[in-house]
Structures are given as structure tokens and as C-alpha cells.
Design a protein. Sequence first.
Length: 503
Amino acid sequence: MNTQIVNFTPAGPVARAFMQADAFVRLLVGPLGSGKTSAAVVEVLRRAQMQGRGTDGMRRVRVAIIRNTFSELKSTTIKSWEMWCPPQYGRLTLGTSPIVHHVQTSELDMEVLFVPLDKPEDVRKLLSLELTFAWIDECREIPKEVLDALTGRVGRYPSKLQGGCTWSGILLTSNPSDTESWLYKLVSDPPEGYAIFRQPSGRGPRAENLDNLPANYYQRIAAGKDAEWIKVFIDGEFGFVVEGKLVYPSFRDSVHVPAERIEPLHGIGLVLGADWGLTPACAILQPWPDGRIVVLDEFVCENSGIVRFAQALAKYMQQHYPDNDVTAAVGDPSGTTRGPDESTVFEIMNQHTPWRWRPASTNEVTLRIEAVSAALNRMVDGKPGFQLNPGCGTLRKGFAGGYHFQKIAAGQGTTYHETPRKNQYSHIHDALQYAVIGIGGANVVLNRERRRMRPRMAEGLDYNPLEPYGPSSNRPPRGVVWGDRWAKPRATVADSDYPILSM
Ligand SMILES: Nc1ncnc2c1ncn2[C@@H]1O[C@H](COP(=O)(O)OP(=O)(O)OP(=O)(O)O)[C@@H](O)[C@H]1O
Ligand SMILES: [Mg+2]
């Protein structure tokens, strides 16, 4: 193998301080293009070089590089990785998940695992790894549970017997998030052992990485953007920004969200819709006799397995809605597949809640979105047919754009992914779709049922609540194409003070 030294100068004092810190968890937050990803790539390589030798003289390192989706991992994070650690060093194995870059020299054995979090299997794999350290790129997009669980996976390889880890911990890089995100809470009140590094505004005198960006980069990207966008992506402040195409363009906060909370009608059943997975969520709605759908509440559970979610939901319903029966409880049909302990999510939910949970009749995302859109567009006696209680903060922000189709970065023109982006808003929105499907929303879309959605108690459901639930329907395949080739690595930069990789 050729020997080459890659030179790197951090993008500015904050990026440098991030790299030099030894804290167990280090977070670098900053504007667009401020050199966050590059700093983390090089820090991974630098720490690998710093790993002490084992008894046989080898430095052994296993690192996980994590991103919320495979497509973003491939289109951005791995591209940056390859710039500083070209694939010809060692072996880059594509076509497997995770993708592995195995760098082996006479003294270094480094396994770099690129882990997406699209599927529950991906998360399971990640959380069974024994790692030296890990890096989560754009960590605002991932559930906090992944970070929490990861803290127990690092520092495990090489084992104490093999000489242990010289440094172990977690690197986090991100643009700023919404102020309701866990990331904001972490920055506002960092736990012990966590170090936070905030890069200054891209349009201020201390902006970082300007030398590596096109001239007037921030002035150019600011043009035509609203104040909130500039605040987040140029000033690096926390705030709420719509980043893609709205999933529900017909949603109007002023129309669909009443000023005061709507209380449930007595004697009318409630419908629950649930999404499983890492961050289980439940939407609680009531179909009114006049045909209106009132979304009373949302129940979003952080840091929870399915049993705890079920128990917490049952308790919540008992405390908040003691006077209303639940006449339908509908969930993501993928919950009918058997987990490692041989029980399905539906069996667990049935065991730990007083209701009989049923798989929604469809998992087709377009149909689910259509069902909610149809409800949003409906008028009942001159009033909106869909009402969202003002306290449903995650659903509301999701409607406002947190739940969106992400732009596809490459290519000509503006194109968007076909399925909404998975993020903190998508789980509760999936849950809401299942609830709407549960009261016959899919039939309305498909025109199978001509009458208005006018369910009373359990009427108008898309299944018979007394029948045992039917066969599973599988999740649609995720939109991932394997086997694409990557671009050639780009030339690297001189004027270094970090000789990071010598092979
Ligand atoms: N220290 C550096 N030396 C040379 N080039 C750099 C350095 N840091 C960043 N760059 C270059 O600057 C550009 C932006 O860097 P990078 O992608 O790391 O920023 P980022 O903060 O992760 O951006 P985003 O907010 O879009 O995720 C890239 O072209 C990258 O190659
Ligand atoms: Mg980046």
C-alpha cells in the first residue's frame, strides 16, 4: 500500500477546539458548510492513529459512522469521508449494510462501519456492536435513544485484555435543530461528560471555513430566504425551518387548529392510531357524529420499548379520558412481524393495554397521506372537517413543515423523495394516518365507500373490531438502490497542522 500523509487544518478555532477536546461526548453545531462533517471525519482518523498498540503491536479501532438514512449517508457523509480517506486505502465493501471501510496497514487495523438508521434491523445491528468510538452526523435527525444506547457500545473494542481503548466516546455534528428537539435541551443543559462547541454565524467576523467555501457563500445563500431560515442555517441558532416540500399543503394553522382545546364529546368512542419503532407514538382522535374528525391529543414516547409505551399509554388514557371508551386501536401493520422474543407488537399491545389493537388495512404511504389530506380538505356545515387541538405540538409542527418530503440533493431541477422524511415529526404523523385509516379514511380515498365519513362509535371502521386481526402486510420497500459507484476522491488540502493518516 502507498504511504501518504493527508494534511488538514481545522476550519476555525471552534472546529479545532472540538477536535482537541477529550470529552466523552462532543457536539459541534454550526451553520451550513462550516466544516463540521470534515472536522469529524479527520477527528475519527486522528483518534484511530492515536489508538495505542495491542500486545502484538497492532492498533485496533472499530468505529461506527451513523446517519439517519442510507441515502444521506451515501450522498454526503461517505463523500466527505472519501475526501480524507480515499477508498483505495484498504477495502470498501459496498452492497452490505452497514457499508464497511476496512483499512489495514502493517500497524493499523481500522474497521469503519457506515450505519444508516432506516430500518429497525439497522438499529439492532448498531446496538449490538462493540466499538472503540462513534460519530453521528446530522445528529438532530436521529432519535435520542440511539445516542443513549450508543454510550454503552463505545469503549468496548479493543477489549481490556487486548489493551483497551486509548480514547473512546461519541462525536456529534449537526446543524441546529428545532428548540423542541432533544438536541436543544442537550445544548442548553449539557450532562456531565458532554462538551458543546457552537460555531459562530456564517455572516459574522468569526465565521469558520470561509477559506474553503465559494466567495460570498453565506451572502449568496441568504438571498430569498426568510428570517428563520437565516437564523438557523447561517447564524447557527436553534429554530424551526421548513426544509422540503410540505406533505400537507392544505393544512392551515388558522383553519385547522382552534384557539381553545376541544374536549371530547361524551358517549362517543375514541380512536387510537399508533406507530411503533424506536419512538413509538399514538394519535388520539374522536370522529364526531356530524362527520368532523377531532384530533384530541398526541402521545409521543421518548426512550421507550414497546411494553413501556403500552403501559404508559394505558395510564395516560385512563387519567385523561376516563369518560370515553376506545372503540378502535389501529397500528402500523408491520407490527405483525415477530420480533426476537417471538411476540408481535400487536400481541404486546393487546397484553399491556385494555384494547384490541388491529393492523391498519394499508401501509401504503401515498394512500395514508391522501386519507389525511381528504380529511383536511373536507368541510362540514361550512366548517373545517378536521380539527387539531392546539396542544398537539409535534403534529402541529409536523403539519407546518416538520413532516416533509426532502429535496434530492443531486441532479437537475428540484425533485423530492417520494416518501416523507423520517424525523421527530414523522412518527406521530404516521400514527395519525393509521388512526384516520382506522375510521375509513382509505375507503374515502379509494372511493370504495360513497357515504361521508360519519362514524358513530365503532361504525365506519375499515374492519370489524370483533374479528381477530388479519394477515400481516409488509412495509413497502425502502427507496434505496444499492450498487451505485462513488465519485473519485478529491484532492486534499495543504498547509497542515494535523498529519492524520500515514500509511
Ligand atoms: N478543514 C478543511 N480543509 C479543507 N476543506 C474543508 C475543511 N473543512 C471543510 N472543508 C470543505 O468545506 C466544505 C464544507 O465542509 P463540510 O461539508 O465539512 O461542512 P458541514 O458543516 O458539514 O456542512 P453541512 O452544514 O452542509 O453539513 C466541503 O467542501 C469541505 O470539503
Ligand atoms: Mg455536514
